[in-house]
Design a binder for this molecule. Structure first.
Ligand code: ATP
Ligand code: MG
Length: 168
């Protein structure tokens, strides 16, 4: 059985890792979609698709799961979006998502959609982690160690601050 899980992963955090760990018990293979893959260098989407691939594949090292990481660009046409995803991914039968629109679009297309529970959502949240990085607060405990390393390598903190400066 092959599953599908999609997120923007800006950045990949411990909530995502926990979800994938749970999905891994239920599937033989997992297709991980990187949504809004074309976006980077903005306050809400600081990291490139390639950098997000690094975060994910380094964080999943050691997990007993065969997976694919596939960048998916936005097409701004919800009625065609499932076909767009399918055109980029290995075939899958089950979609794991909490996102209401993602769930709806796949259900309407005839897919089995499984809900994954939220883990420590106040802290394990991309929005919260980006806020803490900008505020100079501690964020490193909310992401896998590998993600701290990737963000250090690409000077991600400096980048997020620079692209969030208003008025120039
Ligand atoms: P942002 O705040 O930037 O939207 P996010 O934390 O919601 O970031 P996404 O990349 O949007 O992360 O999430 C991808 C998928 O992971 C979504 O289906 C989302 O609901 C789910 N998810 C996000 N955080 C958690 C969490 N703490 N526990 C379980 N699932 C989560
Ligand atoms: Mg989200």
């Amino acid at each position: 059985k092959r599953g599908f899980y999609i997120g923007r992963f800006q950045p990949f955090h411990l909530g995502h890792l926990k979800v994938i760990g749970e999905i891994a018990k239920q599937v033989d293979e997992l297709v991980i979609g990187i949504g809004s893959a074309q976006l980077s260098h903005t306050p809400d989407n600081p990291f490139t698709a390639g950098e997000r691939i690094m975060m994910i594949s380094r964080s999943l090292k050691g997990l007993d799961l065969y997976y694919y990481v596939i960048p998916i660009s936005d097409i701004y046409r919800n009625a065609l979006w499932v076909a767009h995803v399918r055109s980029m991914t290995p075939p899958f039968s089950t979609v794991y998502s909490n996102n209401p629109l993602v769930s709806r679009l796949f259900r309407e297309a005839g897919y089995e959609v499984a809900y994954s529970p939220m883990y420590n959502r106040h802290e394990y949240s991309g929005t919260e982690i980006r806020r803490r990085i900008l505020a100079g607060e501690a964020w490193e405990t909310l992401v896998p160690e590998a993600v701290v390393e990737v963000i250090r390598e690409i000077k991600g903190v400096e980048r997020l601050k620079a692209v969030s400066v208003k008025g120039d």
